[in-house]
Design a protein around this ligand. Structure first.
Ligand SMILES: NC(=O)c1ccc[n+]([C@@H]2O[C@H](COP(=O)([O-])OP(=O)(O)OC[C@H]3O[C@@H](n4cnc5c(N)ncnc54)[C@H](OP(=O)(O)O)[C@@H]3O)[C@@H](O)[C@H]2O)c1
Length: 329
């Protein structure tokens, strides 16, 4: 038996419900590994789990992303060995801890050139950027030179998507909540970045695209941007809803999509994309290639001790962070 600290919630609520508990960790069962974390990724989904927007059975552990070293390997796990440096985005939640036992399926070996902090900062966010840009395509396809709109472009997923979109030749228009964040998104590949707290992003997108609109909107802000996002799309454009940082999108009538240009709408989650070991590894290899190749730099902009997890959640929800945030055990 190994001892570990773990972050647990006994009720849904604000950051104050996050508390450190001492737990014992056993040996991995079939298909599992035991990992000692060197860094843990903070994600907005952790906020949804904490508040109960995405309900978990209580008491619950939090955290979906981490990087560390494999300490023990269960029966049937062939792609990992004791001592491997690894990183993951995975169910079930529980990465906010020193050591854990978890399913091995989504755990990937980390290239030597990628640090633990980068690994913990990039798996959930980078695999999300990967599927958004490579698998969420409009019916007419996406070609280099096409415009797309990406909200919260200076955030964790956002900064990775800006750089990757530039590498793919896409003309990414970003949005962000301050001029400083806009400058950061711009420096990382957004061709334009609109401060959507100060400017009408629909009018700006129309002006930038010569009235044509964009082929895809990637919207993780949700409630506050939903309607405007639909109005930014070109005919047959694709609305990719993938988050709710400002609150969930309210119910809507599909009939509105016709007059707006026969639009397509999808609601995506990473966890549909990583249901097999092969698919997870293929997506991770694609991500590792752009990171080690220098097209995408992982911005670890905030670091908190694991014990300061409440402060980390407050900063993320208060829109005070840029890029990725890691918790250090
Ligand atoms: N479906 C999936 O597969 C999937 C996977 C990963 C992430 N996501 C979603 O993608 C989004 C980004 O995740 P992340 O972890 O990288 O977070 P993040 O982008 O680093 O942080 C969220 C950002 O959302 C913006 N925002 C706009 N309105 C907000 C509000 N009312 N309250 C708080 N933030 C607001 C803020 O940027 P500004 O100040 O610039 O507006 C904030 O920094 C989240 O919505 C997350 O749930 C979805």
């Amino acid at each position: 038996m190994t001892h570990s600290r773990a972050v647990q919630i006994d009720a849904f609520g604000g950051p104050e419900v996050l508390r450190l508990v001492d737990v014992t960790v056993g040996d991995p069962g079939p298909g599992e590994v035991r990992i000692r974390h060197h860094a843990i990724g903070l994600n907005f989904i952790d906020v949804y789990h904490r508040t109960g927007l995405y309900p978990l059975a209580l008491p619950a552990r939090l955290g979906m992303e981490g990087a560390g070293v494999v300490e023990a390997v269960g029966d049937g796990v062939t792609h990992l060995a004791v001592g491997d440096r690894v990183a993951y985005a995975a169910q079930p939640p529980g990465s906010y801890c020193d050591v854990r036992v978890m399913p091995a399926m989504n755990v990937c070996r980390l290239p030597d050139a990628i640090s633990f902090e980068e690994g913990a900062a990039m798996m959930l966010k980078g695999l999300t950027a990967q599927y958004l840009l490579k698998h969420c395509r409009p019916v007419e396809g996406l070609q280099p030179g096409d415009y797309v709109l990406f909200h919260a472009a200076a955030g964790g997923v956002g900064l990775i998507a800006c750089q990757w979109a530039r590498a793919l030749g896409l003309r990414l228009i970003g949005t962000a909540g301050t001029d400083e964040k806009c400058a950061l998104a711009h420096a990382n590949g957004a061709e334009h970045c609109i401060n959507y707290r100060r400017e009408n992003f629909v009018e700006r997108v129309k002006a930038i695209t010569g009235g044509q609109g964009v082929k895809v909107v990637y919207d993780s802000v949700g409630k506050d941007t939903w309607e405007g996002s639909l109005d930014c799309l070109a005919p047959f454009g694709l609305m990719v809803s993938f988050g709710n940082a400002s609150g969930p999108v309210p119910p809507f009538a599909p009939g509105i999509l016709g007059p707006k240009g026969s639009l397509y709408v999808t609601r995506q989650t990473l966890f549909t994309h990583i249901t097999s070991r092969e698919r997870t590894q293929a997506m991770a290899d694609d991500l590792f290639a752009v990171v080690t190749g220098g097209q995408v730099k992982i911005h670890v902009e905030q670091r908190f001790a694991l014990a300061d997890v409440q402060a980390a959640h407050r900063a993320l929800e208060a829109r005070q962070t840029t890029g990725s945030t890691v918790l250090l055990p």
